[in-house]
Design a protein around this ligand. Structure first.
Ligand code: ZN
Length: 698
């Protein structure tokens, strides 16, 4: 996974207070039946079973494209078959070079080869096994030497600071600390500024002893712990942009691909100290001092380093990856489907990232399969997916979405994502605003493992929000497997999980031992994540009318308009948002009218064909908020509501077509993008009107 900075705004006050007598989208009789089904199904995921899956799936490092990862495929498929699910495996050949040699040395003073591997620790059996080389996924190849320059987080603004100090990284080896941005942006900026290599290290201030005791005494990163991770800035196989990597598909040459070109190597803070403590030159600007026990300097030099990375791109660049699917065919609407997925690959044993998400998908699959055996089949088809090569750039899910985009665009009702589903006790959730009320309803249904209330009540308590507000939720900007579904196709998505302080992200120490000592010792939060998943899937799969909420959706948009007005006002531009505001107001009015009509029709006995046509129109509402040409900066990103900020990767940008126009300081473009977005909101409102007419049999 990529850690995302949640900048969610609070939802509007007093939103849908979860009336438990009725159930949104269900007839009265249907609601009573569904309550029974959900109550039975959510008891089925179990901590014992979750722990057993976790132990098997995390018993070895399973990086995409390696034989160990093919073994996790077989385990997941065997389990699903055993429970009676129909299964399918889709394979894609991905341009994904694997390292053959990675070295970092201090050249002067006192030449020293740095030991890059993460040492075994007592009582953690997987720490003693083979580990993946410490290199960032899609690093360039090379063997280079140069003076070292400390670039803080390696952000665009950090390089601007260096410029003002008269320090350049051109021809030098940059060293940046993790944090504040996606590592791919750090690599892009280092290369853009002329660095010959980049070292990225975990500073103890954010990710080590300053935060807490280190592994194995505590959960936090020790001095040798390394955060691996991809530095690819596009989603999917970089050799097949926009289409599936199927046999015979045309491929770009490496020189045509959007990939990094300089060696990029992640190191622990022990090794970083071996270089940083000898860096002199300018004093660091305010805020650049990290947690190592000496004064940091910017450099360049006098310490020199050598970085070399070699991989197999010239001999065997393509690797097979495997997505797996477990399928429960719907009894009434088999062609409409809801998907839950989590990535199955990791950088180490991956107990948290992402065995925990895989286990949540597995346990939900077992729960639904057992309900089917007991005679309760969902109305819509449910698909339980595990994705390969997420860690390299959301590759497995992206290739699947690109490969099957027509069917998905037409028939996918929703996608639910499980990435790091359980590594602590703190619930968090997010996704498309249309699904947030349903996620809150389901969180009310599932008991919190701490025994004090529901997942929802504990979530509220931990968020300490006012009585009139709801806990903040994350926006789907990108960074995990929902991106293909949401950002590319406009399919509503939701995600949730139980977080903690972490500390072993993308290292060999993200292990079953770490999980049982610190993350989720009893596997109760794994089971709770699966319970939320089970209920989410059944609630949407069995609904008479799909339970999307476009009142909350429109309300969530409104603060973004104030931000746009402030930016436009600051430039003294003529780019009014009146039409856009009016379109969002109409979406909210249509949402309210639809909800009222839905509830009154469902109180009677609506015809099946009316409901079918209603749901077909409902599925078009968010599709209408995409455009085929995508964002001007990134055509693959068709959704006009949220995207990851292209200058950060972790922070999200709302209404990106407009906000990127503002960032490019183009008044006319901003005006046009505001009009275009208003037109898309109008089309969304029209789809809702059609849905309301269909309800009434019109
Ligand atoms: Zn992950």
């Amino acid at each position: 996974m990529r850690i995302r900075i949640v900048l969610a705004l609070l939802a509007g006050a007093g939103v849908s207070a979860g009336a438990q007598q009725t159930m949104v989208g269900y007839t009265t009789a249907g609601a009573a039946h569904e309550r029974d089904v959900e109550a039975s199904a959510i008891k089925r995921p179990s901590p014992t079973s979750a722990s057993a899956h976790s132990k098997v799936l995390s018993r070895e490092t399973h990086v995409a494209g390696t034989p160990a990862q093919a073994r996790t495929r077989d385990y997941v498929v065997d389990q699903m078959k055993k429970w009676g699910l129909e299964t399918e495996v889709r394979s894609y050949d991905i341009w994904m070079p694997q390292p053959t040699s990675v070295r970092v040395a201090r050249v002067s003073p006192q030449p020293k080869e740095l030991s890059l591997a993460e040492p075994a620790v007592a009582d953690d059996p997987t720490s003693k096994l083979a580990q993946y080389p410490t290199v960032n996924g899609y690093s360039g190849q090379g063997d280079v030497s140069g003076d070292v320059v400390y670039v803080n987080y390696g952000l665009i603004e950090d390089y601007a600071q260096l410029d003002s100090l008269g320090v350049s990284v051109r021809g030098k080896i940059a060293i940046a600390r993790y944090g504040r941005s996606f590592r791919g942006i750090k690599a892009r900026e280092a290369e853009k500024h002329g660095a010959v290599a980049l070292l990225i290290y975990s500073d103890p201030q954010e990710d080590g002893f300053v935060v807490g005791d280190v592994y194995p005494d505590g959960p936090m990163r020790n001095s040798a712990g390394v955060q691996r991770g991809s530095i690819l800035n596009v989603d999917g196989d970089p050799s097949t942009p926009g289409y599936g990597s199927k046999p015979g598909a045309p491929r770009l040459e490496p020189r045509q691909m959007e990939i990094p070109h300089i060696p990029v190597v992640p190191i622990g803070y022990g090794n970083a100290g071996e270089l940083l403590k000898y860096v002199r030159g300018a004093n660091v600007p305010r805020g650049w001092q990290g947690g190592l026990p000496f004064r940091y300097h910017v450099g360049p030099g006098p310490v020199r380093a050598r970085v070399s990375v070699a991989d197999d791109r010239s001999t065997k660049p393509l690797k097979p990856i495997y997505d797996t699917f477990g399928i429960v065919r719907g009894a009434e609407f088999p062609d409409e489907f809801v998907i839950v997925g989590g990535h199955r690959d990791g950088w180490g044993p991956g107990a948290a990232d992402n065995v925990s998400g895989t286990v949540s998908v597995l346990e939900a699959a077992r729960a639904v399969a057992e309900e089917v055996k007991a005679g309760v089949r969902p109305k819509r088809t449910i698909i339980f997916a595990t994705w390969d090569a997420e860690e390299w750039g959301l590759i497995g899910s992206t290739e699947f979405v690109e490969d099957d985009s027509l069917r998905l665009a037409r028939n996918a009702v929703a996608y639910f994502n499980q990435d790091v589903a359980a590594q602590g006790p703190r619930f968090g959730g997010g996704g498309s605003p249309s699904l947030r009320p349903m996620l809150r309803d389901i969180a009310r249904l599932v008991p919190d493992p701490n025994g004090k209330g529901s997942v929802y009540s504990e979530w509220r308590r931990a968020s300490a929000v006012a009585d009139t507000a709801e806990p903040a939720m994350g926006d789907p900007g990108g960074g995990s497997d929902f991106a293909g579904f949401y950002n590319h196709l406009g399919i509503p998505i939701a995600e949730w999980g139980f977080g903690g302080q972490g500390g072993v992200y993308h290292s060999q120490y993200d292990s079953y031992t770490w999980m049982t000592k610190f993350g989720d010792p009893g596997f109760h939060y794994h089971a709770a994540a699966a319970r939320v998943g089970t209920a989410m899937l059944l609630r949407i799969a069995n609904a008479d009318v799909l339970p999307f909420d476009y009142v909350e959706y429109a309300r969530t948009m409104r603060p973004y308009l104030d931000q746009i007005d402030r930016a436009v006002g600051g430039h003294h531009w003529n780019a009014p948002t009146i039409a856009l505001r009016a379109a969002i107001d109409r979406l909210q009015e249509e949402g309210a009218a639809f909800n009222a009509a839905r509830d009154s029709v469902l109180a009677g006995s609506p015809s099946k064909s009316a409901l079918e046509r209603t749901n077909q129109s409902l599925m078009q509402v968010e599709r209408a908020l995409t455009r085929p040409s995508g964002l001007r900066t990134r055509p693959w990103f068709r959704n006009l509501i949220y995207v990851a900020d292209e200058n950060n990767g972790y922070a999200n940008m709302a209404l990106p077509s407009v906000n990127e126009a503002i960032r490019s300081a183009d008044e006319a473009l901003t005006r046009n993008e505001i009009q275009d977005l208003a037109a898309h909101f109008d089309r969304a409102a029209q789809a809702l009107t059609q849905a309301r007419n269909a309800l009434r049999g019109r």
